[in-house]
Design a protein around this ligand. Structure first.
Ligand code: ACM
Length: 467
């Protein structure tokens, strides 16, 4: 902890309302107990404090509050944390943890701007183990991130077991399938289910992505019958994109897609299936359209809403389809049309949210095709002002993708994630107009000593006066 006294508003993302009370504090000491009704047992467990019926930290539900909202009242006598639903109490617990152990007195009332606050991790270009992904989730929830998008398949590798299609993971998850030429690994169905449950226990929804019809070289290495001429193709672990495609005119394609999406839907309790759809330069436009017209309705047949990268907006979308905008252009007519027809948009402009962009020319990791992404650039923009025709009502939320071409370790993940993720998290959570770079950089500075103490590898961005 820093020398500076913690103020009630020293929280990231910045809460909607903060009313400090001078002088009152409540210190959490060993023996401080928590009381919680049965509905909040699992939330209370995350505090790691003893339990008592009359604990000084009281967790309650208040159905008048928004489901993810909470009210945190700190007095010299104790703490009352009410949430609209268990998720709201859990986010309030994250606020409490950032403020502690000597809690400043006052009242915080808070709720998110957007229901979807996401991070993407690319397991295809470099595999991360279930324990590594779980540790990542633990860090993300501190900033009230509630969706983890897993990019599970790409040209290099295939990282989720699909019963009946064993070569996807025997070959596509085998040795030499990472961009580094190492990277064997895949999630078994049981490991994936366990990861999804771990995330759910922290109010994080896993969004699985099976990228198609492009980004499928690993599929075609494993199953040559899914190529145009049925001939084997060579494995590739370079970082090129846009050279592979499923074949829109072949029935085998749809048997494969049906089987995979059914398996993933069955394994995923969350409401979304992401089918990729990006960078299909090897799919003729008519084939792209024909393929998507068959595939876009499949998630709904399994009770899921389909998400695709914004290229899918080129076709007529099913009613509940969600479009994820990712490029750097300042406008996109197809996305605006989709929004005008009621489709929701996840906003992930690469020049503001792609955590794999270098911080500056000296960054040892990351790419730079969308430019350099400083902490201030990740912070100082508004999702509802980015795309003409895609206003506040059309936006489901904001996601920060982390592609893994240049990543080799968890330390690498953390270096690119911190401190930019807190910036994007505040964009996604805090009220429109309630953000301020000068305040953010002050609040962010306090995380330096905490991350150092916790052994979190982060970039000491020169824009921040780290404590
Ligand atoms: C993407 O970055 N290809 C979605």
């Amino acid at each position: 902890m820093s020398e500076r006294t913690v103020q009630l508003g020293d929280v990231i993302p910045r809460p909607a309302s903060v009313r400090p009370v001078t002088d009152a504090t409540f210190p959490i000491v060993s023996g401080t107990a928590v009381s919680a009704p049965p509905d909040l047992e699992r939330v209370a467990a995350h505090l790691g404090l003893p339990r008592a019926a009359d604990g000084a930290i009281r967790l309650t539900l208040d159905r008048e509050l928004p489901a993810e909202g909470y009210r945190l009242e700190i007095t010299a006598d104790g703490v009352t944390l009410a949430g609209g639903a268990p998720a709201g109490v859990f986010w309030g617990v994250q606020t409490l943890r950032q403020l502690g152990p000597v809690l400043p007195g006052g009242v915080i009332e808070d709720h998110p701007r957007y229901p979807y606050r996401g991070v993407m991790l690319d397991l295809a270009r470099h595999f991360f183990t279930p324990d590594e992904v779980k540790a990542h989730i633990d860090l993300l929830v501190q900033f009230k991130i509630n969706h983890l998008h897993l990019h599970l398949t790409d040209d290099q590798g295939w990282r989720l077991e699909i019963p009946g299609w064993p070569r996807l993971t025997e070959v596509g998850g085998g040795p030499g399938t990472g961009v580094d030429g190492a990277g064997p690994g895949f999630l078994t169905c049981a490991e994936y289910a366990d990861l999804v449950a771990y995330a759910a226990d922290r109010f994080v929804t896993v969004v699985p992505e099976i990228d198609m019809p492009g980004h499928v070289n690993a599929v075609q290495v494993a199953y040559p019958e899914l190529t145009a001429d049925g001939q084997p193709v060579a494995p590739r672990t370079d970082a090129e994109v846009g050279y592979s495609s499923l074949v829109a005119g072949k029935e085998e394609t749809y048997a494969f897609v049906e089987a995979v999406l059914k398996t993933v839907a069955d394994l995923t309790p969350g409401p979304y299936l992401h089918i990729g759809g990006d960078e299909c330069m090897a799919t003729p436009p008519g084939d792209y359209r024909a393929f998507l017209e068959r595939v876009l309705p499949i998630p709904a047949a399994h009770g899921k809403s389909v998400i695709g990268w914004h290229e899918i907006a080129a076709v007529d979308l099913p009613e509940n389809a969600i479009v994820q905008f990712w490029r750097i252009e300042e406008s996109d007519e197809a996305v605006a049309r989709a929004a005008a027809s009621g489709r929701r948009v996840i906003v992930s402009p690469a020049d503001r949210t792609y955590l794999d962009m270098k911080y500056d020319a000296g960054s040892p990791l990351g790419l730079d095709w969308a430019g350099h992404l400083t902490v201030e650039r990740a912070y100082d923009w508004d999702p509802a002002e980015r795309l003409p025709g895609v206003g506040e009502e059309a936006i489901l939320g904001v996601e920060a993708p982390l592609w893994s071409e240049t990543l080799r370790s968890v330390d690498d993940v953390r270096y690119l994630t911190f401190p930019r993720l807190p910036a994007v998290a505040e964009v996604a959570w805090s009220p429109r107009g309630g953000r301020d770079w000068a305040s953010f950089r002050e609040r962010l500075a306090a995380f330096g000593p905490r991350w150092t103490a916790a052994g979190i590898n982060f970039h000491r961005a020169p824009e921040i006066d780290w404590h």
